[in-house]
Ligand binder design. Sequence first.
Ligand code: 5GP
Ligand code: ZN
Length: 114
Amino acid sequence: MSDCLFCKIIAGEIPSTKVYEDDNTYAFRDINPMAKTHVLVVPKQHIPSVGEIENVPDDVLAACLRTCRRVAECEGILQSGFRVISNCGKDACQSVQHLHFHVLGGQQLSENMA
Ligand code: 5GP
Ligand code: ZN
């Protein structure tokens, strides 16, 4: 999608710090980290949010979750623990309308998720 920030990052039109990439997904460091480790995992296909995945192939969705695990492994937080969050829509404060999963860790995270 031509006016989507994350599509531009995936295409390399906007620079990012890559952590991992495969055929279906791209993972890069969040520009405004909320934890010691804060990586964003996105599908290369433009999907607006979790709210619009009805017709997305299962292998694309599975790849996103597997990449989250792989990122945790690469970042050395697989054993210590990490959190995966996907904000969807206004009440969740989604600010970029391209499906993404926040992978957070590298420190003790808060019990409060709301
Ligand atoms: P959301 O609020 O939609 O769940 O998450 C969007 C995330 O994208 C935010 O954590 C924000 O810091 C990150 N972000 C916004 N613009 C950029 C950018 O240009 N580069 C990178 N690496 N992250 C960005
Ligand atoms: Zn996009």
